[in-house]
Ligand binder design. Structure first.
Ligand code: AMP
Length: 482
């Protein structure tokens, strides 16, 4: 990492900003080439799994973290830096922009939070750092991590997300927090409407789960935010995957970044994860699902579905059959979502039925089983879903329910994984033994769903309730983020 570049500090004002946010891609191309070339030479990627210790285990102190923050790590029982922390922290402490290729669960939050807190300690000031996250839950989690790590240094942190009243948020911003963790849409609202709120003094920007931010069409909001904040800043971009959109964002917003990575393959899964498929007739999906849930009774399970409607229906189906299931999707209120998550985390419900809003960013420890009732539309989402299990060296199992209509999409996933998965062994008779009870529960679920949709229909125009339309409309109900 000892390239020809001058080492900068967080408060260093370089003579010329080479990378103008507003520049169009054509005028940027020569700079891009330069940046890419440099990233390549500075790339410290390894094939190590994120949860494995780096080759030469170091302490936070050896990475350059000051005593008060080392103490904070100790109090959180962070005994040793994770791989992404060992790679990203020294680079960040040198004052470089960082691209971190790492998933949630790798310890990436502390990888960006510690250098920011250390710089803040050196030169305390309000509105010092901004973290952009794609979902409200992830933003809440990052806020909690900052508060935990900053507990000994009286850190003020505000979480600014959609779906909540803007007034208390405006008051929180008025108190000039050191760190703001926000979803982009709501932050833009405040930048445009909240009197006296500005990010002109900002020193650090983090874009977390950048691939997801861009997949969720937060690009325009991010562009706006980039115009509101100073160009003289440090920027950290974290992403599980490096798509072309992420690369463009990187070019538009980072300067001479160093890339640190903890996985070699774009679609790598950990070796402790067992993955299977199970081929089922479309009309028997529910029956196979109940069979599987019964097989894994007592374990913590996430069932992924494609739509809000299915999430709700499957949760009802499971409950009717006596399983502790809870739905999580983007059309629930913020408090219901956090409540659902807490019930699942706390173990009072062992099955979470979720749309992809739950696939990313949520720190749900010890999930034993991921069931893909509906296959995800792309391989990247698949990786994020199955990444909810087999974390931190634990084993886990993911089972894909594949119907006659999903063969093509399933083959794409296998191709991205670079391997063929084994069929999950089942006996048809054993599965069909559940059929009549499932049919009964399906009837019950239909009735409850009708009531659910009618209620939602009445709530139309209020908040995000959008159900109650045609069948096609209902089937397409999907989560939204703000
Ligand atoms: P993250 O990838 O940031 O969501 O972190 C995943 C989980 O790992 C969180 O529960 C963190 O509190 C935890 N964690 C982060 N860093 C460490 C560390 N160095 N040692 C042990 N646990 C950690």
């Amino acid at each position: 990492m000892s390239g020809p570049k001058r080492q900068k500090t967080a408060h260093d004002a370089p003579a010329k900003r080479q990378n103008e946010e507003a520049e169009d891609s054509a005028s940027q191309s020569s700079h891009d080439a330069h940046t890419e070339e440099e990233s390549a030479t500075l790339d410290v990627a390894s094939t190590a799994d994120a949860t494995e210790a780096p080759e030469e285990p170091k302490t936070f102190k050896e990475l350059g973290i000051v005593d008060s923050l080392c103490e904070a790590c100790e109090s959180l029982n962070y005994k040793r830096p994770t791989a992404i922390q060992a790679k990203a922290i020294p680079v960040a402490l040198q004052g470089r922009d960082v691209i971190g290729l790492a998933e949630t669960g790798s310890g990436k939050t502390a990888a960006f939070a510690l250098p920011i807190l250390q710089a803040l300690l050196e030169k305390p000031q309000p509105l010092f750092g901004l973290v952009l996250a794609p979902t409200r839950e992830l933003a809440a989690q990052i806020g909690q991590s900052f508060e935990a790590l900053g507990a000994l240094i009286s850190l003020r942190c505000a979480v600014i997300v959609g779906g909540l009243d803007m007034v208390p948020q405006a008051i929180a911003l008025g108190k000039k927090p050191h760190i703001i963790v926000a979803t982009p849409g709501r932050l833009v609202d405040h930048l445009e409407k909240t009197k006296g709120f500005s990010l002109r003094s900002l020193k650090y920007l983090v874009m977390d789960e950048a691939d997801r931010l861009l997949d969720m069409d937060f690009g325009p909001s991010i562009d706006k935010i980039l115009k509101f904040i100073p160009r003289e800043r440090r920027t950290y971009l974290f992403s599980a995957t490096l798509s072309s959109k992420v690369e463009s964002l990187q070019r538009a917003s980072l300067r001479d970044p160093v890339r640190v990575s903890v996985s070699s393959s774009k679609y790598q899964t950990v070796s402790t994860l067992l993955q299977h498929y199970i081929l089922v007739p479309h009309k028997r999906k529910d029956t196979y699902l109940i069979y599987l849930v019964n097989e894994f009774a007592g374990k913590s399970i996430i069932i992924f579905t494609r739509t809000v409607f299915e999430t709700q229906r499957i949760a009802i189906l499971l409950r009717t059959l006596g399983f502790g299931a809870i739905p999580l999707h983007g059309q629930l209120s913020q408090s219901s979502r956090l409540g659902a998550l807490n019930k699942f985390k706390g173990g009072s419900r062992e099955i979470l039925v979720a749309t992809d809003v739950a696939a990313r960013g949520l720190d749900i420890p010890a999930v034993d089983v991921v069931l893909n009732l509906d296959l995800p539309q792309d391989s990247k989402t698949y990786i994020h879903r199955v990444g909810r299990t087999a974390r931190a060296g634990k084993s886990g199992i993911a089972i894909n329910i594949v119907t006659q209509y999903d063969v093509e999409i399933y083959q794409r996933i296998e191709a991205a994984l670079g391997k063929k998965l084994d069929a999950y062994p089942t006996e048809k008779e054993e599965v069909m033994a559940f059929q009549s009870r499932v049919e009964e529960a399906q009837r019950e679920a239909r009735i409850e769903m009708k009531a659910f949709l009618e209620n939602k229909g009445k709530g139309k125009g209020k908040g995000k309730a959008k159900a109650g339309g045609s069948k096609r409309r209902r089937d397409n109900m999907d989560e939204e983020e703000g």
